[in-house]
Design a protein around this ligand. Sequence first.
Ligand code: BV8
Length: 260
Amino acid sequence: MDSALPREAGQLLRDARRVVVFTGAGISAESGVPTFRDDLTGLWARFDPQRLATAEAFHADPDLVWGWYEWRRARVSRAEPNAGHRAISIIQNRAPECTVVTQNVDDLHERAGSHKVIHLHGSLFAPRCVAAAHPAAFAPVSGNATPDEGRPVPPPRCASCAALVRPGVVWFGEALPEAALTAAVEAAAECDVLLTVGTSGVVYPAAEIPGIAARVGATVIQVNPEPTPLDRVAAINVRGTAAHVLPALVASAWQETVET
Ligand code: BV8
């Protein structure tokens, strides 16, 4: 159920000089990309993603973990950005300054037109070798791979040093990329408005970003159909989904229509 979008949200966004948009897996939900909170479907139903998304799981069973990421990459490659992603691209073009910071490892913000997106948790599209982080290329998703086949797949070997290739994501227990985290913290510490969309706000240190903005006096606006720990950080809580609320926010701020 969408709560009514408070009028002042559009005014605040229109009048802001520096905006940060902070997103989690919920922004991609309406593109058909499952969040971590969704029950994993099919073969993955018996695994805990927080156990699969670790270096230990990869070293214990590289084929299982690489197969999971290849299944996710196939799903993302078949997904399309939704109206929420497109609304964020408009916000980034309209605001004098706007930084998009995402926890997601998909490329849907970029495919919707957002630029210089800060990926705090890496990307499905940047595999690297485990030995020296040599970038690895991988075959484009073949047309006939069924997104839900979800079987273990042996990871490729590095063309430079023959070490195993791993997904280019940040696993639990791994440090976030220093440059990305620094840029995100700086943007949050200098913004007037921070829009947090589709994150449960439970994974750290990323979950600290909205609080950094609130502590410097920025207005935090949260868009999520469910309550989260960020409710107490947000000055405005909009109960609704990204693909519905964000186009309404853009229309309220700039009378601009987002293609839905
Ligand atoms: C680290 C990439 C240290 C992989 C991910 C305190 C400080 C620091 C660390 C910790 C700490 N406490 C605990 C930790 C450890 C840990 C952590 O936070 N654990 C949690 C579970 C308590 N953090 C770490 O391990 C981090 N590393 O701290 O390293 C260190 C330092 C130096 C040297 C060595 C080590 C690394 C964390 C990164 C993990 N990688 N992703 C992959 O994708 O496979 S995190 C992953 O889960 C996502 O990226 C996302 O950030 C997170 C949560 O996933 P979801 O829940 O699915 O998504 P989200 O949270 O966004 O929730 C979905 C939301 O959307 C919901 O609220 C839902 O209501 C909403 N929604 C649904 N539909 C819609 C919607 N909203 C809008 N519209 C809709 N349609």
